[in-house]
Design a protein around this ligand. Sequence first.
Ligand code: PMP
Length: 434
Amino acid sequence: MNDPATLAAPDAAGPVASHKPGGVPSGHSTRPKRSKVNDMTTWTLAQRAQRMNPSVIREILKLTEQPGVISLAGGLPSPDTFPVEVLREASARVLRDSPREALQYAASEGFGPLREWVAQQLKSQGIAHADAQRVLITTGSQQGLDLVGKVMIDAGSRVAVESPTYLGALQAFAPYEPAVEELPGDDDGPRPESFAKARGARFAYLLPNFQNPSGRCLSDARRDAIVAAAAEHGVPLVEDNPYGELWYDAPPPAPLAARASADACVYLGSFSKVLAPGLRLGFVLAPQALYAKLLQAKQAADLHTPAFNQRIVHAVIENGFLEQHIPTIRARYKTQRDAMQASLTKHLGGLAKWSQPRGGMFFWLELPAGIDAMALLPEAVARGVAFVPGAPFFPGAGGANTLRLSFVTVSPEQIETGIAALAQTLAEAEKRAA
Ligand code: PMP
């Protein structure tokens, strides 16, 4: 772990010093005079920056964060699941036992024992080739998506995605200017035949478990068929699995990475939904051919993921904490999932279509054709409930009549009140449309 060759030491000079040794930092005691020269400075944005957009969802959330509004719009785990005491105790332990290492610059690959733990965990899910040497600890799995984009996408490169798909992935890939293509699918996920069309794509980005936003979980047979089709047509797979542990009925089938050859799949995982997202801890299991490049991209991005957080999390999980903790999250979220299913059935039975998700955090609703969920949102907020319109999750056009509901940060009572308000809003819109 302390191999100096892999230590991500920054430039020794560090940032440009703004004060003289022993002197008063400049700007503290006297205000510098503004130059009288007419300032001709212009900042020219790179093309990639022009392609960056504020997350539509974050913008929508701002609209919906009003007192008295029941928000089914969020994408956050419940803070009631954060194991605060356990984290407090572990951080004290890390500071007591290894403060000099925990607070020092560290290896870009990640904390060795945590990489080992991740590899063992992945092996237990059937990914036989999961070796610690191929595990890269990342600053959330969101960073994994960015690194994959940086390393794999040229301007115009084809990238295949589900439709709908995780908006944060589209956002992560967008600056690298991919040509995003939808993989046509059905209720069981992308159709294996669609991989023929994806031949030549840099990769296909897939969320087999309780997808954000649709809640969909791919069947065992579909997973096999997708892996076979992707291999036949030479399409590399990027599998994103932040929700796999949040199952409420039965565990999901084994990941794609357990079915694909070691070099055919990048797998991304996260501690955000099973511990706490504020730790910003995720990981990538990468094929040999990609690992060094992802590592170099990470070095350039942030040198390494906070060593302190990695050691805290390792101290928390090394003795099997997650085995007791995750079932408590499942039990809580299942109650809320069941409450939302009951409220939807009661109030929205004839008005919308949905499938009860078997895990994850979201219900996905299809409204009658012609009803625009984005247009409905202000009315819903006025009636005291917020949701996320589905259209932004579609890489192309479409999805105007869809919406996403989160059930994990609200009580069953709030769910009932919120869904009743949503049903009223929708009934009004239907009347107007008729
Ligand atoms: N992938 C998916 C599908 C997600 O929903 C999220 C978070 N909402 C992420 C990746 C990123 O998670 P994190 O960076 O917290 O690990």
